[in-house]
Design a protein around this ligand. Structure first.
Ligand SMILES: Cc1cc2nc3c(=O)[nH]c(=O)nc-3n(C[C@H](O)[C@H](O)[C@H](O)COP(=O)(O)O)c2cc1C
Length: 374
């Protein structure tokens, strides 16, 4: 049994390896009549694409996506829309350099997946990490681009908020800055600092970790399926399933351990529009596993790239102690390109739960609830 499918109602199955001819996915369960052009998906893929600055791997992949099925022209508008049938997306790999890996093909890269793949399957594709490579995450970003369109009014954005020990100054947070620097950093001043810092890390042949924050706005209240598909649990699982992610938190996350109840619980008041208003958002937009209508906020920690130029102790496939130096092309901070991947996974969870919620409760209940007989 294998698990290459994500989601319940909005689902995608990804395929492909780092150095195979192509990667991609089949998105199943997307509702019909949603406008969808190749450019909608390409826009998101371009944000994750490698080789765009000196701070990411120099592998040159255009990541050009083809929609092979599941769309047709809507007669009324003349626009391409989804048909409700499986949408197959294909992205060719064009810049594989497998010989970079031939020297280390029988050695396990510490921190990488070769050892555990070998233990489990008795075979491992050493070329660029094979199926364990983050090439696979291009498929997630492609599926996420469709997911974003499933929930009306949904906006999902992400930002790098920490690199190594260096955090951004949250008082300088500006979403408009995220697209202005190679780090997806919302703090322009800290982004400038990251340039010199990451150059130092890269030139020393090392790598560094990062923390990413993803935020979803326009999420309707009511998404999430207690008790074994709580929205926070599903988001944590989706983010933790991204390569190199080692920690996830929702809302104030681990900081809640140091808080008192007065500080943590989000107080409520009636707003001018006659709807309840939360006075803060420590919960990160989810209560009891169900979205509250507030923005959903999650953070995840990405470990430092394990392929580094510094020699490391390891063993080979025949049981000898040896040393390894990983040449080839690698991101010195994989957290940077993890930003659009985190956004995509969050969008996929929300699309999935939006459809499940609609399936179970339809348009939902009307608030405020009147006392019976009133
Ligand atoms: C965008 C991105 C790019 C990555 N590139 C590399 C890389 O060049 N070299 C490397 O050793 N790991 C890289 N990784 C991480 C590995 O894919 C990951 O560490 C490996 O599959 C082992 O899985 P685990 O760290 O989740 O346990 C990357 C991760 C992401 C998110």
């Amino acid at each position: 049994m294998s698990f290459n499918t994500f989601g319940h109602l909005f689902r995608f199955t990804s395929f492909g390896e780092s150095h195979g001819p192509a990667i991609g996915c089949v998105v199943d369960g997307c509702p019909p009549r949603i406008p969808l052009e190749t450019v909608d998906i390409q826009r998101e893929l371009d944000r994750r694409r490698p080789g765009q600055s000196r701070f990411t791997t120099q592998r040159q992949e255009p990541d050009a996506v083809k929609i092979l099925s599941g769309v047709f022209t809507d007669e009324a508008t003349g626009k391409q829309v989804t048909t409700g049938t499986p949408i197959m997306l294909q992205i060719e790999n064009v810049d594989q350099r497998s010989k970079d890996y031939s020297e280390i093909k029988d050695k396990y890269r510490p921190g990488h997946a070769g050892y555990t793949y070998d233990i489990k399957y008795g075979i491992t594709d050493y070329r660029g990490g094979g199926r364990a490579s983050a090439r696979e995450t291009a498929s997630r970003v492609a599926a996420g681009a469709i997911a974003r369109k499933v929930v009306p009014g949904l906006i999902v954005r992400g930002a790098l908020v920490q690199m190594g020990p260096h955090k951004i100054d949250r008082t300088r947070w500006d979403w408009n800055e995220v697209g202005n620097n190679p780090f997806f950093c919302p703090d322009a001043k800290q982004a400038k600092f990251f340039e010199g810092y990451l150059d130092g890390v890269r030139k020393s042949g090392s790598s560094i970790g990062a923390v990413i924050e993803v935020v979803a706005e326009g999420v309707p209240a009511g998404l999430g399926a207690p008790v074994y598909a709580k929205l926070d649990a599903e988001i944590a699982s989706a983010l933790m399933g991204i390569n190199a992610v080692k920690g996830v938190e929702i809302g104030d996350g681990f900081a809640t351990a140091e808080m008192g109840g007065e500080d943590n619980a989000d107080e409520m008041r009636m707003g001018n529009d006659g709807k309840p208003l939360f006075l803060s958002n420590h919960a990160g937009g989810i209560l009891g596993g169900i979205s509250s209508g507030q923005p959903i906020i999650a953070r995840f920690a990405v470990k430092p790239t394990s392929s580094i130029l510094t020699p490391r102790k390891t063993v080979d496939r025949t049981g000898n102690d040896t040393e390894i130096v990983t040449k080839g092309r690698h991101d010195p901070c994989v957290g940077i390109r993890a930003v659009p991947i985190g956004e995509a996974m969050l969008a996929c969870v929300l699309a999935d739960h939006y459809l499940m919620h609609r399936g179970q409760v339809g348009e939902g209940t009307a608030w405020p609830f009147k006392k019976s007989g009133a």
